[in-house]
Write a protein that binds this ligand. Structure first.
Ligand SMILES: *Cc1c(COP(=O)(O)O)cnc(C)c1O
Length: 400
């Protein structure tokens, strides 16, 4: 039994420290950064065998690279997937996972509440190549059901959603996809691989922006696609290899090392997010707080069934709309204004004027993005300092 087979029995924190490690003859303890484009073959016969697939070694870093392979292997062990492929960004992972599985004439059904660029891929890009798409209210199973056509090949969703933190029943949607002969792709960024396990809920493909919690310190872009060996080999592998959205070995090295601390960071950020959500809910000037594990969240029971924590994001509505939301954000000193998330630094964004600016006011309203809505990504600062920052900001913004 290989060491990584044994690692499948180990708990996630252990797998994230040891899984996938490939050691060079030097026996380095910390995983090596193989910053190389290509690989030398000892003989022409060896090169021939490698291209024929008879020898599993590396060929070219657009195809595969030892540092990238370590990252991919560590991700498969974390996710409980058979195979993974890393990409240059989360959007490269989403785009490849969708495009590689469809052809002209096919149809995709997706939840309307998608990360802005994911919405572009589904709504604008796929139809340009003859792949029709239908957007549905992800919480309404009937809408998924009635959107299905005989050409439907894929279902696509994010849960919890951005920025409304709506939670969708992944199990029921996966069952419906399979009854319809379609596959379910889940963008699991907001939940993180630790708090939600989409494969156990029936997903066929799981994608991440590794830029977010997996890096966790705001440095590198990256993405990853996880699925069965067969799906990766039949659909994803060649698409990535020939079109080239490869992850840089340097980024793979940063992300690989970050996986070692992912459980610590996500646990801490989730605990802080829950505490900040409860704090904000008590404040004058805050109309509503959305946090999946709070009892006042509309899908809290579902969230508690399918997630093991409420996540690191908190969304809330400030009374007084855009002006009050801007005053609050501008008054904060520790919490920074940024559209990113999953960073060690707490980040606050106003979706209506940034990430969701492209949408019409009606489209924003349909996914609950109002003028006073703010999305907070909770970082690794001391939670009491974050709460004090909000107390100060709220006094400045609302005079409370
Ligand atoms: C950030 C993000 C993406 C895109 O990832 P990049 O690494 O920025 O390309 C896709 N989906 C979700 C939910 C995200 O948060």
């Amino acid at each position: 039994m290989s060491i990584d087979d044994r690692k499948r029995d180990l708990r996630p924190a252990t797998r994230l420290v040891h899984g996938g490690t490939l050691r060079s003859p030097f026996g380095e303890m910390s995983e090596a950064l193989f910053l190389t484009q290509s690989f030398a073959y000892p003989t022409m016969e060896a090169a021939e065998a490698r291209f024929k697939g008879e020898d599993p070694g590396f060929i070219y870093s657009r195809f595969s690279n030892p540092t990238v392979a370590m990252f991919e292997q560590r991700m498969t062990l974390l996710e409980g997937a058979e195979a993974a492929r890393a990409t240059a960004s989360g959007m490269a992972a989403v785009t490849a996972s969708l495009l590689a599985q469809v052809r002209a004439g096919d149809h995709v059904v997706a939840a309307r509440a998608l990360f802005g660029s994911c919405l572009y891929v589904v709504e604008d890009l796929l139809p340009r190549f003859g792949v029709a798409s239908t957007l549905v209210d992800g919480a309404d199973l009937e809408q998924w059901k009635s959107a299905v056509r005989k050409e439907t090949k894929l279902f696509f969703l994010e849960s919890p959603t951005n920025p409304g933190l709506e939670v969708y029943g992944i199990r029921a949607i996966a069952d419906l996809a399979h009854e319809s002969g379609a596959k379910l792709v889940v963008d699991n960024v907001f939940a993180t691989p630790l708090l939600q396990r989409p494969f156990e809920l029936g997903a066929d493909v799981v994608v991440y922006s590794a830029t977010k919690h997996i890096d966790g310190q705001g440095r590198c872009l990256g993405g990853v696609i996880l699925a069965s060996q067969a799906l990766i080999e039949e659909n994803i592998h060649n698409f990535l290899r020939q079109t080239g959205p490869a992850m840089s070995p340097f980024n793979a090295w940063v992300l690989l090392k970050s996986l070692e601390t992912l459980p610590l960071r996500v646990a801490q950020q989730t605990a802080s997010a829950a505490k900040i959500a409860d704090f904000l809910a008590e404040q004058k000037g805050i109309a509503r707080v959305l946090y999946p594990f709070r009892d006042d969240h509309p899908q809290s029971a579902l969230a508690k069934r399918q997630m093991s924590g409420g996540g690191t994001l908190v969304t809330f509505d400030v009374e007084g709309g855009k002006a009050a939301a801007f005053r609050l954000a501008n008054a904060l000193e520790i919490v920074k204004i940024s559209n990113n998330l999953g960073d060690a630094k707490s980040l606050l964004t106003h979706p209506a004027t940034t990430t969701h600016q492209r949408l019409t006011p009606e489209a924003r309203a349909r996914i609950g993005v109002g003028e006073g809505l703010l999305r907070l990504s909770v970082g690794l600062e001391d939670v009491d300092d974050l709460i004090a920052d909000f107390e100060y900001g709220l006094r400045a913004a609302c005079g409370s």
